[in-house]
Design a protein around this ligand. Structure first.
Ligand code: SAM
Length: 393
């Protein structure tokens, strides 16, 4: 494996400076030591190429040096793809949006000497920012993909950074180097791993995207408050990271539920069929009843199904659970009503409607009004006096 030292070949510094200015102006970067890091760490050295989806759905590879402005923009860049069992393509790794990264690093409330574990090394760019801010000795970063770790190691070393990098399943933390002052995950977990609560020092911080069900959850900042307990609030701004995989290259198997409209119950709903995508707190609350395994997507005119809006206007949205329950909601409205078909043992859209009523009754709160308490056996979401016990995957 070889790396090219692209940092000396191109004039990237003005781009890094502009990115730092942009993030500072947007309030996503305030710590002067982190401002220095954004100016000093060349993102294009960690992302020499990236993948972009074209209008026909295929992927094209771009060279970063051809458009440095794009690489120093506040956008996520897809850096590793893998084929799926069904002939599609899945994203294995990406370089997170820089502004999200700096906001997350600042939320750790680091001081000189803080020891940080990052779960999800990816390109190594974030580990570079952390190493610049804290020093090599203080930074540990792990990724389940050994080849990504090796590339990140070479790129970091080429720039003079030598944090501790390990290829392993980050769900187990890094016990040999614990305790940490902070654990930051740049992948989404279905439940807070017990190892993280054990490996962060009392008073230390865990910051991760918690998604107990697909698409349902967001960034949560927890403090270890007791031996076996961590608690804190969700971040005000919704965030979505790729799911943590326990083995390299792993794709979720998924499940299929046939939607037989002849056997279904039919009714109408006034609730927006796009709710799983555009009302993410309602979807989160609904997931407590729907369960940890949910499939959902859009129905195309010819009957095909896709997980997200693709440009071809769909006719309906659908959700399904492994017990064979399903609901399909027409996108068209008649007098503000959408047709609903529901089959299987449970009426799934009723759960979404109930979650919407609950959210309205609570006064339509934002993410940061909700908190989470984690103990070895429980995950409890809370809002004022209300609590919901999660049954995470
Ligand atoms: C959004 S990317 C990380 C971006 C990275 N922080 C950067 O600066 O480029 C998420 C990463 O999490 C990794 N990942 C997924 N499951 C993991 C696991 N169980 N342990 C460690 N890393 C994991 C993926 O391989 C992927 O590289």
């Amino acid at each position: 494996m070889t790396t090219t030292n692209t940092t000396t070949d191109v004039e990237w510094e003005p781009h890094a400076q502009r990115l730092a200015d942009e993030l500072a102006a947007a309030g996503k970067l305030t710590d002067p030591r982190l401002v220095d890091a954004v100016r000093a760490v060349p993102r294009h050295a960690f992302v020499p190429t990236y993948h972009q989806q074209t209008s026909d759905g295929s992927w094209a590879q771009r060279a970063s040096v051809d458009d440095l402005a794009a690489v120093y923009a506040n956008t996520a860049l897809i850096t590793a793809l893998a084929p799926t069992a069904t002939g599609g393509t899945t994203v294995l790794s990406s370089s997170t949006q820089p502004g999200l990264m700096t906001r997350m690093i600042e939320a750790l409330h680091l001081t000189d000497g803080s020891r940080v574990l990052e779960v999800g090394t990816g390109t190594g760019y974030n580990a570079g920012l952390l190493a610049h801010r804290l020093g090599d000795e203080q930074v540990y970063s792990v990724d389940v993909e050994a080849d990504l770790v090796e590339l990140a190691r070479q790129r970091l070393a080429g720039l003079g950074y030598h944090p501790t990098l390990v290829a392993c399943d980050g769900a187990a933390g890094l016990p040999e180097h614990a305790p940490f002052d902070a654990i930051i995950a740049t992948c989404a977990v279905p439940a807070i791993p017990r190892a993280w609560v054990e490996q962060v020092r009392p008073g230390g911080v865990i910051l991760t995207d918690l998604k107990p069900a697909p698409g349902a959850g967001s960034l949560v900042r927890l403090t270890r408050t007791a031996e076996n307990r961590a608690e804190g609030r969700f971040d005000a701004t919704y965030a979505a990271f790729m799911d943590l995989r326990h083995t390299p290259g792993d794709n979720p198997a998924g499940f299929r539920v046939e939607r037989d409209h002849d056997q279904a119950e039919h009714r109408t709903t006034s609730l927006d069929p796009n709710t799983p995508w555009n009302s993410l707190l309602v979807w989160f609350l609904a997931s407590f009843e729907l369960g940890a395994e949910i499939a959902y997507g859009y129905t195309l005119p010819e009957g095909g199904a896709i997980p997200a809006y693709s440009g071809t206007p769909p006719t309906a949205s659908w959700i399904a659970t492994p017990d064979g329950s399903w609901a399909e909601i027409a996108l068209a409205t008649h007098d503000g009503q959408h047709e609903v078909a529901e089959g299987g043992p449970r009426r799934l859209w009723r759960f979404v409607e109930q979650a919407h009523r609950t959210w309205n009754d609570l006064g339509r709160p934002g993410w940061d009004s909700f908190g989470l308490t984690v103990t070895p056996d429980t995950h409890t979401v809370w809002f004022d006096q209300h609590t919901w016990r999660l049954a995470p995957r």
